[in-house]
Ligand binder design. Structure first.
Ligand SMILES: [Zn+2]
Ligand SMILES: [Zn+2]
Length: 334
């Protein structure tokens, strides 16, 4: 098979020919139809995550179909359309697993990081890490939903917001353009917060009821004018941006951060005490959460905006993702 390999931490991609992996016990061989390039692939490319062994094939937005199953796999069959996200499997026996908290598994695998991912024609994936892809959902659309999609969908549906509540999405990029669609589909009064006024039309098109140009307007004041946010979903990985919206939370408001800034965030705790507010974080979900995301996206016609590249152009595709200019998710088609 053809694969894009990171030979060692910080090195350039190498396109190589490799043997198609043999699925071991409990594993499924997935023929990859599409694989999204996520900013978290930087962990694999640059070796900034503990425990990456090289050479490694990145890619944790893997959409494809089952080519073969290993011993003991009863839940998947050849031809099934399946996808794998960041959560690449769990041990079923540690304390968090015994409590059903598979995402917090102490021995969790990460697709494209602790085992080879989807920048290749095939990937061998633990059976419990796979989600079923609905028939009508294209692989190119399903791929980004397996990380950017699940992260925003799962963060919103696990928040305290109910239909009609004011929910703001901060940052209209790879995560934010999906979050707006989910927030609208969930029945929230949806606010887009962006410092790019050229994204106004797009944000309204994706389901925002309000657009706040944060370069011109204080987002906290704008949210208070709208009654105060029940939830702000922070997708922009910037501590300044995160700090700027805390004052926009209404009573019992929650700031849920999914875009991780490189530096600490300071918040006005007095304000949080006074409003019973929360500042917290959220990270993706397990395979059934992925499947919920795919099914809901299919039901409501929610899809990412994508730019596609062949596997041979992996370096250009990766640079495009890093550039922040992609509209909005870059996807490889091996
Ligand atoms: Zn990701
Ligand atoms: Zn475990």
């Amino acid at each position: 098979m053809r694969a894009a390999v990171v030979p060692e931490a910080g090195a350039e991609f190498e396109l190589v020919e490799r043997e198609v992996p043999d699925p071991g016990p409990g594993e499924v061989l997935v023929e990859v139809d599409a694989c999204g390039i996520c900013h978290s692939d930087v962990f694999t490319k640059e070796g900034t995550y503990p425990g990456v062994a090289y050479p490694r094939i990145p890619g944790h937005e893997v959409a494809g179909h089952v080519a073969a199953v290993g011993e003991d796999v009863t839940t998947w069959h050849e031809g099934d359309r399946v996808g794998a996200g960041w959560h690449g499997g769990h041990c079923f026996t540690c304390e968090p697993c015994r409590r059903g908290k598979f995402l917090q598994c102490e021995n969790a695998d990460i697709t494209g990081l602790t085992f080879d991912g989807g920048y290749a024609e095939y990937a061998a994936v633990p059976a419990e890490a796979l989600a079923r892809i609905p028939d009508d959902l294209a692989a190119v659309d399903a791929a980004p939903l397996l990380c950017a999609g699940i992260t925003t969908y799962n963060a919103l549906r696990n928040s305290g917001a109910h239909a009609g509540d004011l929910v703001a999405v901060q940052g209209i990029g790879g995560l934010g353009h999906l979050a707006l669609q989910y927030a609208h589909a969930a029945g929230f009064e949806t606010v887009a917060l962006s410092h790019s006024p050229d994204k106004r039309d797009l944000a309204l098109d994706l389901g925002a009821d309000h657009f706040v140009d944060t370069a011109e307007e204080d987002p906290a004041a704008a949210l208070q004018d709208l009654g105060g946010a029940r939830v702000v979903l922070g997708t922009a990985p910037s501590s300044d941006a995160i700090e700027s919206v805390v004052g926009g939370l209404g009573n019992d408001g929650e700031l849920v951060v999914v875009g991780v800034p490189g530096d600490p965030v300071s918040v006005d705790v007095q304000y949080l005490v006074g409003t019973r507010g929360d500042v917290g974080g959220w990270g993706s979900g397990h395979a059934r959460d992925s499947q919920d995301t795919l099914e809901f996206s299919d039901l409501r016609g929610i899809a990412p905006r994508t730019e596609t590249y062949p596997l041979a152009e992996v370096s250009a595709a990766y640079d495009r993702m890093l550039s922040n200019d992609a509209r909005f998710r870059v996807v490889l088609e091996p």
